[in-house]
Design a protein around this ligand. Sequence first.
Ligand code: F6R
Length: 240
Amino acid sequence: MNIVVVNNYDSMSEEVAKMVSAQIKCKPNSVLGLATGSSPLGVYRLLEEYHRSGVDFSQVVTFNLDEYVGLAADHPQSYRYYMEENLFSKVNVKRENSHIPNGTAKDVHEECRRYDELIRHAGGIDLQLLGIGTNAHIGFNEPGTPFGSTTQVVSLAESTIRDNARFFASPDEVPTQAISMGIKSIMHAKNIVLMANGGSKAEAIYAAVHGPVTPEVPASVLQLHPSVTIVVDQAAASKL
Ligand code: F6R
C-alpha cells in the first residue's frame, strides 16, 4: 500500500484528481470506477477544471460503485443524479459510457449480474476511486460482507443510514438497501485509490491499513491488492 498524507481536503482532492487525469492522458479509453458521497466532490470539481484545460473524457468509460434500491435516476438523492450534477454534465463523457446500477430495475438481482458482465465486457476497471465508511465499508459492502462477493443487493448498516441521513430530509427517508459492486469486483480493478478526510475516518483508516485482514473491516482487503494508494488528510491519518 502506498500511503500519501496531505494537509487538508483540497490537497487530497488535488492528489487524486491528478492521478485520474494522468490515467486518462496515458490511456484515453480508460475505464474508471467512481464513488459518490462527500469525499470525491473536490476531485470532480478539479476534473471539470482539467477538462476545460484539455483533458478529454470522450473515450472514457465509467462504472459507479453503487446506487440506492428504489431511487429513480431523477431523484435528487440518487447516485445517478449526483454524478450528473457533479461530473457527467461538466465533462464530455458519453452517457452511453457512464454506468451506474439501476436501483429501480424490475429484477435487481439480474441487474447485478448485468452490471458485472458490463464491467467484464469493458475489459475491467483501470482505476477505481473509493471513499471509506466510518465502519470501514467500501462501496456499500458493510462489515461481514464476504471477500468473494460480486455485485449484489445489500442492506445498509445502521451506522451507514445514520451517516447518510445528512443528505435526506430525515433518517426515515434513507433507503435501507443498495446495489453495490462487490469486494471481488473492486479487487479486480488494476489500480485503486482510496481517499479519506476528517477525524471521523481515522479509526477506519487505521483498521484498514494496520488491522487484521478480515471481512469485519471490509477495507482491510485492500492490503491484499498489488496497487493501492491511500490519500488521507492529517485528521484521517491521525491514528496511523
Ligand atoms: C459511495 C460509496 C461509499 C462512500 C463512503 C464514504 O459511492 O460507495 O462507500 O465512499 O460511505 O462516504 P463520504 O465520502 O460521504 O464520507
